[in-house]
Design a protein around this ligand. Structure first.
Ligand code: AMP
Length: 561
């Protein structure tokens, strides 16, 4: 029986390590000392999953609720939150609170105890579910040491931050199983859950699963392949650097459809079985595929909800259909669904993930022809310009953007491997340049890395930084910006020239992240300067509140189940 505290100590050690090699070694060693069942639990927790996915998507306990329980256990009704300003994350805040206010307890919880607690929380539904879930959590936290409470809080809110992502976990499992990483990835593809993968590695049965890679386990969802972002079509071409196709990117919900003979099951992006909520879609797929699916087909696609006039409806409406348990018939009449297929993962009973994307598309195109299934619109552009035209048209038609996919890429379940790139319309903010770094290499002699800031009433300088970029300007613009910024120079610190905050630039970005790097707490991803806004003065630049609001909007968009 392994104590949960040992895992909590391991996580602490991982957070203090920057060597990936060392992290892999430590995790492999740790899992190697556990029973297969315990290795399953530990790997799952390390991945930040409370329960095996598919069975239950989440515990449905918010950070606020965890905090409330932690306060109660500490005998407080509220505390001065500024005491926790130094906490690196939510877990650490809970740990600090327990250290300050709660009597110490000895480590007694086992890995299996914590798993049982999480399973119990996940299983609670219906009347007073929230209250009952919190009671179980209270019992768990009451027995937890400070360090264990930190880890429990992190797992419950899904914010691990120990630097051990899925990629490294797979490496550790490969080491544990003494198998090449590719074998482990292959088996993960079929098994689909990191805990079960670790258990198999510990049992020494990974090889057996890897030996039969083409055998599909129908009605067990594969993890969907994911996309990275590219800022522009040009960047997507450069980054893939080989022939690619562009597809419309629909803003709907991912579905994986398994069909064998006449049985159809549909899984969501998070691998939940949503078949029962979507009988109309099931029926349509069954009717279209008919005899074509005798030996088994798995399709990957996107579903959008339509209004009665056939126009796309808001994403929130679509989620209502996915969660629906009652009056499904009425809702499917009021809110018909449109299915757009973009990939095929199994055909005639065999996995097709090892075929190239182009070959898979060819199978799909033939199948669509015979079945009447609708595929996403797609082109294989021969130039960046052709791609840009397709992108602009997609935006004009109301699509979210386009996906770029390398023609020779394989389907890599669960990976955000950069062989699929999403390109969306850049959002923009008007920001002020507050400093710039001298460039090197090709940009030597120019001030080329610009520190971008939003207006802030609370900051002494009146601005708070939200990003840096050297992307966007042409050579001539770099030269002009350098001259203008030097005329605003206030100070130089190393390679960085601090300037009077006067120059306003329009900045495109893909999304906003929380980041400890800047005092503002936010960082723009894929920032690039679109143009200088000489028509704007710094007091007309966007404020930090706008940045915060945009961030909230991103977060508030409900995640697909
Ligand atoms: P994101 O959720 O922004 O990471 O974008 C990836 C998601 O876009 C996928 O999980 C799909 O749900 C969705 N999507 C829409 N159209 C496509 C497409 N043509 N190919 C792949 N994914 C798509």
């Amino acid at each position: 029986m392994t104590l949960f505290n040992q895992l909590a100590e391991l996580c602490e050690e991982l957070s203090g390590t920057s060597s990936r090699l060392l992290m892999v070694d430590r995790v492999a060693e740790f899992l190697g000392a556990l029973s297969p069942k315990e290795a399953e639990i530990a790997a799952r927790f390390l991945a930040g999953h409370a329960v095996s996915r598919g069975k239950s998507a989440a515990l449905k306990v918010s950070a606020r609720a965890v905090w409330q329980v932690a306060l109660e256990l500490s005998g407080e009704s509220e505390v001065d939150e500024s005491l926790f300003a130094d906490a690196a994350d939510f877990g650490e805040a809970v740990e600090m609170l327990f250290r300050m206010r709660r009597p110490r307890v000895e480590p007694t919880l086992t890995l299996a105890d914590v798993e049982a607690g999480f399973e119990e929380i996940a299983a609670i539904e219906g009347r007073a579910a929230r209250q009952r879930k919190l009671e179980v959590l209270r019992k768990l936290l009451a027995q937890a040491t400070e360090r264990e409470a930190k880890l429990i809080a992190k797992i419950v809110v899904g914010e691990m931050r120990h630097g051990m992502g899925e990629g490294l976990l797979l490496e550790a499992i490969a080491k544990l199983a003494r198998q090449p990483l590719e074998t482990v990835q292959r088996v993960f593809l079929v098994v689909g859950e990191i805990g079960q993968l670790a258990a198999k590695a510990r049992e020494g049965t990974l090889e057996i699963h890897a030996a039969a890679p083409k055998v599909v386990r129908f009605f067990q969802p594969l993890r969907p392949m994911l996309a990275q972002s590219a800022a522009t079509i040009e960047e997507a071409f450069a980054s893939l650097n080989r022939p690619l196709a562009l597809e419309h990117k629909l803003d709907g919900a991912r579905v994986q459809i398994h069909c064998v003979n006449n049985e159809v099951r549909i899984f969501s992006r998070r691998l939940n079985d949503v078949t029962a909520s979507l009988p109309d879609l099931v029926e349509r797929v069954r009717a279209s595929l008919g005899g074509l699916a005798e030996q088994g087909v798995i399709l990957d696609g996107e579903v959008i909800a339509l209004d009665t006039l056939g126009r796309p409806r808001a994403f929130q409406d679509l989620m209502r259909r996915f969660r629906r348990a009652h009056e499904i018939e009425r809702l499917s009449r009021e809110m018909p669904l449109a299915l757009y297929v973009f990939d095929i993962l199994a055909w005639r009973g065999e996995l097709t993930v090892d075929l190239t994307y182009q070959s898979r598309w060819e199978i799909l195109a033939e199948l669509a022809e015979k079945s009447g299934l609708q595929l996403v619109a797609r082109i294989v552009p021969s130039s960046v310009a052709e791609g840009e035209t397709f992108f602009e048209k997609a935006l004009a038609l109301g699509y979210e953007g386009v996906m770029a996919k390398a023609l020779d890429s394989h389907y890599l379940p669960g990976t955000r491997g950069g062989e699929w790139l999403k390109i969306k319309r850049a959002q923009t903010l008007d920001l002020v340049i507050v400093a710039a770094d001298w460039g090197y290499g090709r940009r030597r002699g120019w001030l080329s890395n610009y520190h971008l800031a939003a207006r802030s009433a609370t900051s002494p300088s009146g601005f708070e930084q939200v990003g840096k970029t050297f992307k966007g300007p042409t050579d001539q613009e770099f030269a002009e910006l350098t001259e203008r910024l030097l005329s605003l120079k206030l100070d130089q610190q190393g390679k960085t020239v601090i300037v009077r905050p006067e120059l306003v630039v329009e900045v495109g970005y893909s999304d906003i992240q929380r980041s400890p790097r800047y005092s503002s707490g936010y960082a723009l991803r894929f920032a690039r300067i679109l143009r200088v806004r000489d028509d704007k003065t710094p007091d007309q630049a966007d404020s930090i509140e706008t940045v915060a609001k945009r961030f909230e909007e991103q977060v508030l968009k409900p995640k697909p189940l």
